[in-house]
Structure formats: C-alpha cells, structure tokens
Design a protein around this ligand. Structure first.
Ligand code: ZN
Length: 255
C-alpha cells in the first residue's frame, strides 16, 4: 500500500452505498484518479465540504497493488466555489469543464498544465460568472495542453500560412477535424467550409488568458460557429456523449 498526497480538484462524485462516495479527481501530481471515500457523507472531519463538484483541496490517497480504485482517506478543502451552488449558469459551466477534463485526460497521467488551467478557469468562473467566451478559451487551452489543439492560422497539412494574409477570403480554409483543424484549399476539399470570422475569433481566443476579468463579446453566430468547430475536435478524442452538454445547451446565450 502506498500513500499519496496531492492538491486535487473534484471532477465527479457519486453516492455509493449508505454513506460512501466514489470520486473522480484530477490530482496535480497524480493525474486523473478514481477513489472510494468511505464515510464521505458523514465525516465532516475527513472530507470537509463533502466533495462537491469542482472543490479544490489537498487529497490524501492510498493505493493498493492491483486495485484500480484508490481510497480517499481525507480531503482538506481549500476552495469550494460557493457561487456555483446558487448560480445555475456557473454550475453548468463547472459541470461541463469537469466532464471534459475527466474524459480527455488519461488515468494516472500527470498533467500539471491542465490542472493549473482548470484551477484558473474555476477561480475566474467563481469571481466573474459564466461567459461563453471564457468557455471557448478554456476548451482551446485544454486541447492545446493535451496536444490536441487545432491549427487555426496555418494549414494542418502543409503548414502554409500564406492564405491567412489573404484577408477576408472565406474560401481560404476548410475545417477538417480529422486532420487537426484548418486546412488550406490548396491541400484538399475534405472537411467543411469554416467562416473566416469564426476561425480568426478562435485564433484570438486560443492565445487569451483564461482568468481575464472580461472578454470582447463574440456575436452569437460567431460563438456558435466556434463552439461547433471546437466540439468537432473534442469528439475526435472522447468516446460517448458529454452528459453535461444537455444541461449546458439549455443555458441558451450563456453557452
Ligand atoms: Zn495546406
């Protein structure tokens, strides 16, 4: 048996039996792990705030040889993001990013930059409220940190950027998630058209800090176009639906 201690964020917690919970965490030094928290619904002492979604704290874990499920022995809460419980838009965004991280990160693969990106996003979401632009920044930054970031300003096949200088030429690039993002028209006719205004907005957001107090608002159609393009990339790397998307889709203009 080995004991581990790591800063961690709760990505998922489901009740198990009479008083236990099974949690999925991203640990800063462990990567994504699942663990059984015995007595989590009763012990305030060992589990502080009760392991709510996106809570941040220090996790004390114990692993047993051959067992996939670790044991969570304690969770010392640092930050519970209290605003999430009273604002459905914040909660929807938190649930979505937690599910994204959970599904995109491989188990036990340390992803320091992903951990810090998620931590920064959650703090900003708590402070500033839900914003579609911030969500796009988070998605793009998450994909980039996992090596899945889409090409936006150069062709994913030939690397050519000369067409980007062509100004408003809507036909300069197509969107081909199979090939990693934008593909120049000289490289092929696969993929689908993507509006230049959408591609440029994504390129701008891809280099934005996730914890900015505010963002230049995107027109609704540009946000939708960007959201759809990003989601086509995400779908390349996950299996099955994102359960939180139904919830978030109901949030209308906030997504
Ligand atoms: Zn090309």
């Amino acid at each position: 048996m080995t004991s581990l201690s790591t800063p961690a964020i709760v990505l998922r917690a489901i009740n198990y039996g009479e008083s236990d919970r099974v949690v999925t965490l991203i640990g800063r030094t462990t990567g994504r792990v699942s663990a059984l928290a015995r007595g989590a619904r009763k012990s305030q002492k060992r589990f502080g705030g009760g392991l709510d979604l996106c809570s941040v704290g220090d996790a004390g874990l114990r692993e047993r040889a051959g067992a996939e499920l670790l044991t969570l022995e304690r969770f010392d809460l640092h930050e519970s993001h209290g605003s999430f419980a009273t604002d459905i838009a914040r909660m929807a965004h938190a649930a979505y990013v937690a599910e994204l991280v959970s599904k995109l990160c491989a188990p036990r693969q340390v992803e320091l930059e992903v951990y810090d990106w998620l931590l920064a996003f959650l703090g900003a979401l708590d402070r500033h409220g839900a914003s579609a632009e911030r969500l796009r920044v988070f998605e793009l930054g998450l994909l980039a940190r996992l090596g899945f970031g889409p090409m936006l300003e150069t062709c994913a096949i030939c690397g050519g950027a000369q067409l980007a200088a062509g100004g408003d030429d809507e036909a300069a690039y197509r969107w081909d998630p199979d090939r990693g993002g934008a593909v120049c028209s000289a490289c092929g006719k696969r993929g689908r058209p993507i509006r230049a205004v959408v591609r440029r907005a994504l390129a701008r957001l891809a280099s934005s800090p996730v914890d900015a107090p505010a963002f230049d608002p995107l027109p609704a159609d540009v946000n939708r176009g960007g959201r759809d393009a990003i989601f086509e990339i995400i779908k390349q790397h996950i299996s099955g639906p994102l359960l939180s998307l139904d919830f978030i889709a109901k949030m209308g203009g906030h997504v």
